[in-house]
Design a protein around this ligand. Structure first.
Ligand SMILES: [Mg+2]
Length: 176
């Protein structure tokens, strides 16, 4: 039961996810969450740091797609100025958006990694899709209302995972 919620890596922040570490793992595409993974859920636009991160990954020849459960307007305001492809209203952990992302990316499943801050959506969805995943700490601990119930359940699952040895690592360390 816990395996479904176990990420392939657990880092503090997107900053730990460097092109070099991704390339070592053979990654050619990143499917990343938006809210509380790249920016605060209540901030509209990308920070300079997020822009630099996305660009550094793209420069390494790794594709980036945003996949968010948030609405079209929210995701578009963030993604359009950056020219980053996105899927809004993704309904993670349901699988429709993962199928769509795979079609957009045209790489092998083993070359894709999903990044996100939530076990119940980002990590569960990636595991169901049999894709690798990186859990990051949420940027802020407050959340949109819709996320609060997930966070409550998540905190219980997280306690169990931590008991089994899951811990946040400095830098990007792959679990298996
Ligand atoms: Mg999120």
């Amino acid at each position: 039961m816990l395996r479904r919620f176990t990420p392939t890596a657990y880092t503090k922040s997107f900053r730990d996810i460097t092109p070099e570490r991704l390339q070592e793992r053979g990654i050619r595409a990143v499917i990343t969450d938006l809210d509380n993974t790249l920016i605060e859920w209540n901030r509209a636009h990308a920070t300079d740091e997020v822009i630099a991160w996305i660009r550094s990954i793209e420069r390494a020849g790794i594709q980036v797609i945003l996949m968010s459960n948030n609405n079209e307007e929210r995701v578009n305001i963030f993604a359009e100025p950056l020219g980053v492809r996105y899927i809004a209203r993704a309904n993670k952990p349901l699988q429709g958006a993962y199928k769509k992302a795979r079609q957009m990316l045209q790489v092998k499943d083993s070359e894709i990694v999903c990044v996100g801050d939530q076990l119940m959506t980002d990590i569960l969805g990636a595991n169901r899709a049999r894709l690798q995943s990186i859990l990051v700490l949420p940027i802020v601990t407050s959340d949109a209302k819709a996320t609060k119930f997930n966070r409550f359940v998540e905190s219980k699952i997280m306690k169990k995972l931590v008991r089994q040895g899951l811990q946040v690592k400095e830098g990007l360390v792959w679990n298996n």
